[in-house]
Design a protein around this ligand. Structure first.
Ligand SMILES: [Zn+2]
Length: 479
C-alpha cells in the first residue's frame, strides 16, 4: 500500500473523479456477464507504461552500484493488514533485509536500508537518504492491499519516465521469479518516488489481502525468491545480464528434473504447477490463445485472420459452447490450431466443490472427444482461478494447467491501442497472450482489430507464432 500525494484544495475534485472512475468501472463490469473480475485492476490513476529504451547505466561510484532499499511504512504506520492479520510494515522490513543481504554479498553492489527496525520515517526523508548518499537506484518495497480479496499479483510502479527501464527489469524478474500474477509496470505519482534524484521504483510484491499471495509472501521461501528476483532485476538493469532470466524460466517453468532434495524444491514444485509462459531459450516464440469459444460470430472471424496470415493459435473452449457449435470446434482443428479445455460453463472454480469442479473438466473432455476425436492435454481455469487441491487433481488427470503472461483485457472493451500497449509492455519471448473468441463487448471488435495489427507487428519484431503445445513441448492430446 502506498500513499498518494494529495493537496487539500484538490481533494474535492479528486473525489469526484474517483467516483466517476468507480462508476465507469462498475458499468463495464455490469456489461460483462460472468466477467473476469479477478483480472481487473483496482481503480487508480495507474496507466500502462510504454516500452522505453535507455543507454547502459554508468555507476556513480568507481566499482559499485549504490542501491537504497526502502522498506515501506514502519512504526506508528503499519501499512496494510494482511488476511492473517500480519502488518505490511513487518513484511516490507523482512524482505528488504533479504534484498540488502544479497546485495551485500555481491561485489558489484552496495546496499543501504532506509530503516532497519520498526521506526516511522517521513516519505521525503526516504528519498533524501538516497540523494545524500548519491545512490544509483532507489527501491521501495511494499505489499499491496485491495477490498476485493480475489485481486492478486505483482506490480512495479514508477513516477518519472527515467525510471521505466529499472521498473521493467525488476518487474520482469519478480513476475518470473515468484510466479504470482504479472500486473505489469505502471506510472503512479507517488510521493515517496518524488524526492529521489536517481531511478526510483516501488514494488508491490503481491497482495497481502489475497490469501494465496499472503501465504507466499510471508513464507521464508517466498521472500528468498522475491529477494533474489529483485537483485536479478537490478543486475539486468545495471549490467544487462539477460541470461539470468533464461535460467529462471528453465528452472521455474520447464525444468522437469529439478531435484526434490534442493531446499527450494517446495516452491519450485508450486511454480511448476501452472504454466504462464514458455522458455525464452526457444527463441522469439509467442502463443496466441483465445478463450470462451466457440461461437458463431467472433470465432470464425478470428479463424479467417489466422488463416490469411498462416498462423496457428490455441483455443480454450467451453464444453457447452462446443456442444452448441460443434462445426466451429471442428473447423479449429481442421485448420491446424490447438484446443484446450476451459471448463463446461465457465464457473469460478474457487466457488465449486471438488466434485463439481471435476465434473466441469471431465464433461468437457468427453464432449470435445465426441466432437473433435481427441481429449486435449491442456486445461485453463476460468479467470485463472484454482485452489491447490484442484490444481493437483487436474494434474492427476494428465492435464497441463496453462494460464498466460499477457492479459489484453480485450473482453472489457478496452481500445485497440491499449491492447497493443499492453502487448508491447508485457510480451517477452515464450509469452502466452490471452484474448477472447466469444463473450465480450461489441462482439469483440477490438480483439479483431488488434489481431490484424499485432500479427504483422510481432512478425516484424522477429516473433514466430506457435501453439501452446509447441511452446511448452507438450502433446496436443491425451493418449
Ligand atoms: Zn474465460
Amino acid at each position: 500500500m502506498v500513499y498518494h500525494k494529495k493537496r487539500k484544495k484538490f481533494t474535492r475534485i479528486f473525489y469526484i473523479l474517483f467516483i466517476a472512475i468507480l462508476l465507469i468501472v462498475g458499468f463495464k463490469l455490469a456489461w460483462h456477464v460472468g466477467s473476469s473480475t479477478v483480472e481487473l485492476m483496482p481503480a487508480s490513476s495507474a496507466r500502462v507504461a510504454e516500452n522505453y529504451k535507455t543507454l547502459p547505466a554508468v555507476p556513480n561510484h568507481q566499482e559499485t552500484f549504490r542501491i537504497v532499499i526502502d522498506p515501506g511504512h514502519g512504526g506508528k504506520d503499519p501499512g496494510a493488514t494482511g488476511v492473517s492479520g500480519a502488518y505490511e510494515k513487518a513484511f516490507n522490513l523482512s524482505l528488504a533485509g533479504r534484498v540488502a543481504a544479497l546485495l551485500e554479498e555481491d561485489p558489484m553492489f552496495e546496499p543501504l536500508l532506509t530503516r532497519t527496525d520498526d521506526q516511522f520515517i517521513e516519505l521525503e526523508e526516504r528519498g533524501a537518504i538516497a540523494n545524500e548518499w548519491n545512490a544509483d537506484a532507489f527501491i521501495s518495497i511494499h505489499g499491496n492491499t485491495y477490498t476485493d480479496t480475489m485481486v492478486s499479483g505483482t506490480e512495479t510502479l514508477y513516477r518519472n519516465q527515467d525510471s521505466i527501464p529499472l521498473a521493467q527489469a525488476v518487474q520482469t524478474h519478480l513476475a518470473q521469479g515468484i510466479g504470482l500474477r504479472d500486473r505489469g509496470v505502471k506510472e503512479e505519482q507517488l510521493k515517496v518516488l518524488g524526492t529521489p534524484r536517481m531511478p526510483a521504483v516501488l514494488v508491490e510484491v503481491g497482495y497481502l489481502t489475497n490469501a494465496e499471495d499472503e501465504r507466499f509472501l510471508l513464507s521464508d521461501d517466498g521472500q528468498d525468491l522475491a529477494a533474489q528476483a529483485i537483485v536479478d532485476g537490478l543486475k539486468e538493469y545495471f549490467w544487462g545480464i539477460r541470461e539470468l532470466s533464461l535460467e529462471h524460466q528453465e528452472t521455474g517453468d520447464l525444468d522437469e528434473e529439478s531435484s526434490p532434495d534442493t531446499p527450494q524444491s517446495g516452491i519450485r514444485s508450486i511454480e511448476k504447477k501452472v504454466y504462464f509462459n514458455g522458455s525464452a531459450k526457444d527463441g522469439k516464440q509467442v502463443a496466441l490463445t483465445f478463450d470462451d469459444g466457440p461461437d458463431a460470430i467472433v470465432t470464425p472471424q478470428i479463424l479467417d485472420i489466422l488463416k490469411e496470415n498462416e498462423i496457428k493459435a490455441t483455443f480454450f473452449l467451453l464444453g457447452d459452447r462446443a456442444k452448441a457449435h460443434p462445426e466451429i470446434a471442428r473447423r479449429i482443428v481442421e485448420e491446424g490450431h490447438a484446443i484446450g479445455n476451459h471448463s463446461w460453463s465457465h464457473p469460478n472454480f474457487k466457488e465449486l466443490s471438488m466434485d463439481e469442479a471435476m465434473k466441469q473438466v471431465m464433461d468437457t473432455q468427453d464432449e470435445l472427444n465426441d466432437i473433435i476425436g481427441y481429449r486435449p492435454s491442456l486445461f485453463r481455469p476460468p479467470y485463472g482461478a484454482l485452489d491447490e487441491d484442484m490444481e493437483q487433481a487436474i494434474q492427476n488427470m494428465d492435464l497441463a494447467i496453462v494460464n498466460w503472461s499477457v492479459d489484453t483485457m480485450d473482453w472489457s472493451g478496452v481500445p485497440t491501442q491499449e491492447i497493443m500497449g499492453i502487448i508491447h509492455n508485457q510480451l517477452k519471448p515464450g509469452g502466452i497472450i490471452l484474448q477472447h473468441s466469444a463473450n465480450g463487448q461489441n462482439h469483440l471488435a477490438n480483439t479483431i482489430e488488434a489481431l490484424t495489427l499485432l500479427i504483422p507487428d510481432l512478425k516484424n519484431q522477429g516473433y514466430s507464432f506457435v501453439t501452446v503445445p509447441d511452446l511448452l513441448h507438450l502433446p496436443e492430446s491425451q493418449t
